[in-house]
Design a protein around this ligand. Sequence first.
Ligand SMILES: Nc1ncnc2c1ncn2[C@@H]1O[C@H](COP(=O)(O)OP(=O)(O)OP(=O)(O)O)[C@@H](O)[C@H]1O
Ligand SMILES: [Mg+2]
Length: 242
Amino acid sequence: MNTILELEHVVKRFGGLVATNDMSFAVEKGESVGLIGPNGAGKTTIFSLIMGEHKVNSGSIKLHGEELTRLRTHKRIRRGIARTYQVPRPFAEMDVLANIEVGLMPDSIIGMLTSGHSEDEGRAIARSVGLGEGDLHRDPAELSMGDLRKLELARTLATRPQVMLLDEVFAGLTAGEIEQISGLLNEKRQEGLTYVIVSHDLRSLEPLIDSAIAMTQGTLICRGSYQDVMNDQAVRMAYLGQ
Ligand SMILES: Nc1ncnc2c1ncn2[C@@H]1O[C@H](COP(=O)(O)OP(=O)(O)OP(=O)(O)O)[C@@H](O)[C@H]1O
Ligand SMILES: [Mg+2]
């Protein structure tokens, strides 16, 4: 066992709402885990807590056994975690390539602007996610949802993560785009990346994951193989309503 990411008894409240209720789980290096649950279950909140975009009320989050809980987001990124957003969030005033280059140097936008090689690296990352040469100088506002999701992946890959948290990577995509992104994720996985993937599209998620975590109302209800989780009675009640 080689745990890379570990949550222990994590609690997050928004006012009276318990969005994360004593969540504990571990992810092994190189593992790909699906995080599923109905709308409002608290999946995105878990990602925000891991990234430090929200502060935990209690509990701990560790990467390689080291406590992250008190670190600011940019330090967590430097340690090797990155996320994509359910609603893509490109910098609107920058073109596609510049958006990727920001990820290459999260601590130094000035350094990025003055360094030539980040442009080559940015181009290579764009190519690797399937963004064409012709897309590089486009305004993100002109991109299709498929290309926006590719840009999200490119921006996070640029930070050279070890663990990627992917929030609804397939939402709004065509079957062809889903296939393309799945292929890319599998390729990166061969290179050793670890994933936690949130998706409502279970059919596309299944072939990408080693295990699944089901949650509802901030609480983990089942962890196991995809089939075991789908067959779990509590999961069926909470998630599938049957
Ligand atoms: N910043 C916030 N302030 C107050 N409440 C919040 C905040 N963020 C999330 N919530 C609430 O926390 C709960 C969990 O939300 P979250 O977005 O994590 O769910 P989710 O599982 O990602 O849902 P979806 O599948 O719809 O994306 C919801 O009840 C939501 O309204
Ligand atoms: Mg969400």
